[in-house]
Design a binder for this molecule. Structure first.
Ligand code: BG6
Length: 481
């Protein structure tokens, strides 16, 4: 081990995935259908569709995904070869409770995760488990309109109780919900909250009712807090964190009208969820936002107590891009970013138009640590790009190496600034299905998977140039970039 590195000893280098985007095997061994299993594949220009049942002839990318379910040994061996210290994955709720409200858990699928965790242990890779990553039993959507119903809290806590007890000796790091703050935006209605309003079919244009959406988000806050409390009772060594999609909003100009707008956007998009989960109560600015948007939340005295008792141990987030905001409506929507905004003239963008901003990551790390003073982990970051397999079989993804190198450099600066950063798991360490578009050809991996947008390919795994590069980064604890 190299001495005197900027990254602390024991830093958790690894990679990140999610069950619905890489496991496949969507209907085997008693697994039920999840919300993500009802999403069709899309492209740059054709949005994904939400169907109410699976329709013959349509392509549902989660159904096979990259078949980690049957290939986990091969994949974990490749992660180990890169030197992973940790591996972020999610448990698929519908493997354990196919309908969400079943009386007994599904033993066959509990066993699947026993096997995965045993395989990770073989290589001393610490699992980092998201309990719900953009999916829930579709039955709960049909019967309860997802998180819009308070009853779903109990089903989720029961699911947590089962997996916490089952895996209490093999999993230490947990995350309650993936990108919980996507519930502050219409796009998160179905994806994060399992809400399916009448008339919603186009995934990108969901019929939205902010009253229902924010109430559903409140139910997730309560569920998360109850899970944190329960987890600590089951094993006091558990580290249970929140996970947000960090959305950096810069003011487009120094006009105070832009600056106040950027501040307000950051408050609702980022601070609202972080404050509830880290501090255990809604922040001061929420009241006015809810009043002005005609949102009246049902928050009981018991809920307030639960939120206070279930504060998270650490804060994790995804970081892909930054955004500019302007009070000039004519500029809105020029950025190409997932969440709209104005194009930043100082930044380049990915093949999908997401604006690349490594220094922004340092800014975020400083802001977050300044606000919360608890350990931080970046559990998603990376470049979705088209990759080309050369005639000799090599894949020379220098653009991905550049993206990751510049971001890791800024992480280093933030650590020098004094930020307590404990881990880094780049997204899609193996190529997998894109959440926003359903494509396979939006690739993030160090490992290439032979499969195209239509679902065709051998599923063969192949190392990209970035594979050996990242291996060196880990071996040098971030010194050789
Ligand atoms: C995050 C999600 O928003 O971004 C992942 O947690 C997702 O599930 C990732 O895959 C990258 O986004 P996309 O749309 O390129 O897959």
């Amino acid at each position: 081990m190299i001495k005197n590195t900027v990254f602390p000893e024991g830093f958790l280098w690894g990679g990140a995935t999610a069950a619905n985007q890489f496991e496949g095997a969507w209907n085997v061994d008693g697994k039920g259908a999840s919300t993500s299993d009802m999403l069709t594949g899309g492209t740059h220009t054709i949005p994904r569709k939400i169907t109410r049942e699976t329709i013959e002839g349509l392509n549902y990318p989660s159904h096979e995904a990259i078949d980690f379910y049957h290939r986990y040994k091969e994949d974990i061996a490749l992660f180990a070869e890169m030197g992973f210290k940790t591996f972020r994955m999610s448990i698929n709720w519908t493997r354990i409770f196919p309908n969400g409200n079943d009386e007994v858990p599904n033993e066959a699928e509990l066993k699947f995760y026993d096997d995965v965790f045993a395989e990770l242990k073989k290589y001393n890779i610490e699992p980092l488990v998201t309990i719900s990553h953009y999916e829930m039993p579709f039955n709960l959507t049909k019967e309860y309109n997802g998180w819009a119903s308070r009853e779903v809290i109990d089903f989720y806590v029961n699911y947590c109780n089962v997996i916490f007890n089952r895996y209490k000796d093999v999993v230490k790091y947990w995350l309650t919900f993936n990108e919980i703050n996507c519930g502050t935006m219409p796009l998160g209605g179905y994806l994060g909250l399992g809400i399916l309003n009448e008339g919603t079919e186009d995934f990108t244009k969901q019929v939205d009712d902010p009253q229902i959406r924010f109430q559903a988000l409140h139910h997730q806050f309560v569920a998360s807090a109850r899970a944190v409390k329960l987890g600590h009772e089951i094993n006091p060594d558990f580290k249970i964190g929140c996970m947000l999609a960090y959305m950096s909003n810069y003011a487009y100009t120094c006009n105070p009208e832009d600056i106040i707008l950027a501040q307000q956007k950051n408050q609702i998009a980022n601070d609202l969820c972080g404050d509830v989960q880290v501090r255990g109560e809604y922040p001061f600015f929420a009241k006015r936002y809810f009043e002005e948007n005609n949102i009246k939340l049902d928050i009981t005295e018991e809920d307030k107590k639960v939120l206070k008792e279930g504060c998270v141990d650490y804060y994790t987030f995804s970081y892909y891009m930054s955004n500019c905001v302007s009070h000039d409506p004519e500029l809105e929507g020029t950025s190409g970013n997932l969440m709209g905004g104005v194009k930043n003239p100082y930044l380049s963008a990915s093949d999908w138009g997401w604006q690349i901003d490594p220094i922004g990551l340092r800014i975020v790390l400083n802001d977050l640590y300044g606000r919360y003073q608890i350990p931080l982990m970046i559990v998603e970051n990376g470049l979705g790009a088209f990759d080309k397999v050369e005639e000799d079989g090599s894949i020379n993804d220098d653009y991905r190496i550049d993206y990751l190198r510049t971001h890791i450099n800024e992480m280093k600066e933030a650590i020098k600034d004094g930020v307590e950063l404990i881990g880094y798991t780049p997204w899609g360490c193996i190529d997998l299905v894109s959440a926003s578009t359903g494509e396979m050809e939006k690739r993030y991996g160090f490992i290439y998977v032979d499969k195209d947008n239509e679902g065709k390919g051998t599923l063969e795994r192949r190392k990209k140039k970035s594979f050996d590069w990242y291996k060196k980064v880990i071996a040098s604890n971030g010194e050789e970039l």
